[in-house]
Design a protein around this ligand. Structure first.
Ligand code: F6R
Length: 368
């Protein structure tokens, strides 16, 4: 069943182009997003909402954090993202015009389900499930739904579920933007083309596996690692840190790079590798100066940049660079998470941990 792969996690990382293509097939041949993709009532509901509340745990929470940037920038809709286990126990102010989105690969996560029921109980009628398992408990609980087509995910560490969630959340963003009159037909067609090109773009990133594998050797004897990102790539840094800690047991933390000097810079020394997500976007120059701060403290830098990004330094300076084939605009996070998945996978291989079944973790967390 594993074919040429050693673990389900590796297989599932490499299935991402197909998982994305299958999920995007739901759009059909059209150059537009039909709101009906999210359910029969979606058009009426999405036109009327004034904000979005995303509830999720773990990796699914990270896809929600990324979607917040899209929903606010592209659709102009305020969005908050909450960890389900926190939301369900705090006193919050209900808003009947808000769309509540529960994101879950399994659709069975107890905290996410309870948070969703809590929101409904507070008087939030508009609910959307974004799940990989049709007919799961969370899907049954929601009026609207979008089922990703990642296929069964067996590795405990979530990979292809995450990238398909991002694709679904981008479709949601486009649908809301359109209904709010913020997306011209021309822009919409261009966005759909960009989505359709994702499987090929992810395949090109996967070809970098040998270079990433070589980096992984440097991590095996490290006890800690710091992941940095800015903007929509901060959630990607969080996801990279989560992957590394759960399967390689190396303690990893993620920070928005601008926060470095407010604390975490104190941790940086030669023993603390720093992994930076450095796409060629508006924040690149800011990020570069954050990276200089790391270098000045002797920190070893591992930078995932885009093509044409020149850091002006080299290996000899303690700066290691892998360049992704292209800059992918707003969808860049979908590409940038892939090398972080591979890095975690190969670091775990070097350490010899049980990649598909990390200690103390379960695939589906159906208890609180
Ligand atoms: C991390 C991971 C977990 C899950 C979390 C939520 O790799 O798999 O953090 O993302 O338990 O699970 P779902 O998405 O099934 O609700």
């Amino acid at each position: 069943e594993l074919g040429r792969f050693r673990h389900y996690m590796q297989k599932e990382i490499f299935e991402q182009p197909d998982a994305l293509a299958n999920t995007l097939e739901l759009v059909g041949a059209a150059k537009s997003v039909q709101p009906g993709l999210f359910g029969a009532e979606a058009e009426t509901v999405l036109r009327d909402i004034d904000s979005v509340l995303i509830l999720a745990c773990g990796t699914s929470y990270h896809s929600g954090l990324a979607a917040r940037y899209w929903l606010e920038e592209v659709a102009g809709v305020p969005c908050t993202v909450e960890i389900a286990s926190e939301y369900r126990y705090r006193t919050s102010v209900p808003n009947p015009r808000q769309l509540v989105v529960a994101i879950s690969q399994s659709g069975e996560t107890a905290d996410t389900l309870a948070a969703l029921k809590h929101a409904k109980g507070l008087g939030q009628p508009h609910t959307l499930a974004l799940c990989n398992v049709p007919e799961s408990a969370i899907v049954r609980e929601c009026a609207l739904r979008f089922i990703t087509r990642a296929g069964p995910e067996i590795g405990v560490a979530s990979t292809k579920a995450f990238t398909t969630q991002l694709a679904a959340l981008y479709l949601l963003t486009l649908a809301v933007a359109k209904l709010k009159g913020r997306l011209s037909a021309e822009d919409e067609a261009r966005e759909i083309d960009a989505l359709r090109h994702l499987p090929a773009a992810v395949s090109a990133v996967l070809e970098q596996e040998p270079a990433i594998q070589a980096w992984a050797e440097h991590f095996a004897d490290k006890r800690h690692a710091l992941f940095l990102g800015r903007g929509i790539h901060y959630p990607i840094a969080l996801e990279g840190a989560l992957k590394l800690k759960e399967i390689s047991y190396i303690h990893a933390e993620a920070y928005p790079a601008g926060e470095l000097k407010h604390g975490p810079l104190a941790l940086v020394d030669r023993e603390m590798p720093v992994i930076a997500v450095a796409p060629n976007d508006a924040l690149l120059e800011k990020l570069k100066s954050n990276l200089q701060e790391v270098r000045a403290r002797g920190g070893e830098l591992y930078v995932f940049a885009d093509a044409k990004v020149d850091l002006g330094t080299g290996d000899a300076d303690g700066v290691h660079l892998i360049q992704l084939p292209e800059h992918y605009g707003k969808l860049s996070p979908v590409l940038h998470v892939v090398p972080l998945q591979l890095l975690a996978y190969h670091a775990a291989l070097v350490k010899g941990t049980d990649v598909d079944k990390p200690r103390n973790l379960a695939k589906s967390v159906t208890v609180e």
